[in-house]
Design a protein around this ligand. Structure first.
Ligand code: HMG
Ligand code: MG
Length: 309
């Protein structure tokens, strides 16, 4: 049985929902950066290959960050050199600074994502920077990347709550987000890094932006709110949703962060609403069950656990 076969009751309105959602798969990056063990490059390559074969068209492959800060992704160069790219699939990578951009350009990437913080504390913890100086770090990265013809996504973390600072004012988030768009980012992904957001907060933050079409949402699922938050975001006009196969994920510099919204859980909801996404749920479930075995722990995804054979 699939969610689509259950049908959509007539009185449920799909007005305001997008016809199609782009799934921005972050498992190979956000997922594996947070694993205690370092996953062998062969396993990462097979993971990426299986995700592309499952119909996902945006796979965040790795990060060009300092290898001491995130040793789990220290094999970024080797990974990209050995990656068998599928036609029609984008493989964005995270880049924090000019050193990271040089590495990414040498590796032949076409799509990068910078990652900023909406709070002072997390800018220090994650970037060794400040809320203000992080923009000085990103400005030359974005301008050179754009001049080199790369597409640039901006992430903004801690958009709803910060483990040290508590609730984050929507105004502060919108101001930082606008600055990333003004730098030249073509898309802005709003991150609930520690998974505390609730639906009303999501609506309030999204309402602060003029161009919702440029926004994506990135929910971690610590408090089980990621799907509800996603549905609200879709109703507000967002049509790019970040998720992670099997619900892997977290940030090593945000203690309380658990996994991302699971791609399979997202796909189940989209299927039920009749929203196109292009992914094959059975292939995703098989991939996440395989990955769970490699990692030696059960998947965090409810849908994977319901469907895995
Ligand atoms: P730093 O130590 O301040 O760096 O780190 P620095 O500029 O002072 O340089 C120190 C040394 O590091 C130098 O080498 C640089 O060349 C080298 P030395 O001259 O001493 O030999 N270096 C690098 N080496 C390789 N690659 C680089 C690089 N940069 C400097 N890119 C830095 C500053 C930003 C690099 C560091 O803080 C860092 O790598 N942070 C990354 C942390 C991270 O990856 N966090 C997880 C991703 S964000 C996330 O998960 C949230 C998200 O999912 C959204 C959400 O959930 O909200 C995106
Ligand atoms: Mg994240």
């Amino acid at each position: 049985m699939g969610a689509r076969e259950l049908g959509l009751p007539e009185k449920v309105s799909t007005t305001g929902l997008p016809e199609r959602v782009t799934i921005w798969e972050v498992g190979p990056r956000d997922g594996l950066q947070n694993e205690k063990s370092i996953v062998p490059v062969e396993v990462k390559l097979e993971f990426l290959d299986r995700l592309a074969a499952a119909g996902l068209t945006t796979l965040e492959a790795t990060s060009f960050v300092h290898p001491k800060w995130v040793p789990q992704l220290a094999d970024a160069e080797e990974l990209l050199a050995r990656l068998a790219r599928h036609e029609g699939v984008r493989y964005p990578v995270l880049v924090p600074n000019e050193r990271g951009l040089n590495r990414a350009l040498d590796a032949g990437v076409e799509h990068i994502a910078i990652f900023a913080s909406a709070t002072e504390t997390f800018a220090r913890k994650n970037l060794n920077s400040t809320l203000e100086t992080q923009f000085d770090m990103f400005e030359p990265v974005v301008s050179r990347a754009v001049a080199e013809g790369l597409e640039v996504r901006g992430y903004l973390s801690m958009c709803f709550g910060d483990p040290s600072e508590g609730a984050v004012p929507a105004k502060q988030v919108v101001e930082a987000g606008r600055r990333l768009l003004e730098l030249g980012c073509s898309q802005l992904s709003l991150g609930d890094t520690i998974g505390v957001a609730t639906a009303g907060q999501v609506e309030a933050v999204l309402a602060g932006f003029d161009d919702v079409g440029k926004l994506a949402v990135h929910f971690h699922d610590t408090y089980g709110q990621a799907l509800a938050n996603t549905l609200v975001a879709l109703r507000c006009g967002v049509s790019t949703v970040d998720s992670s196969a099997g619900g892997l994920g977290g940030c090593p510099y945000a203690e309380s962060a658990t996994g991302n919204l699971a791609t399979e859980d997202l796909v189940w909801m989209l299927d039920g609403l009749g929203i196109a996404h292009g992914a094959n749920l059975d292939a995703l479930v098989e991939t996440s069950a395989w990955m769970a075995e490699k990692l030696g722990k059960p998947s965090a995804s409810r849908v994977v656990n319901a469907l895995a054979k």
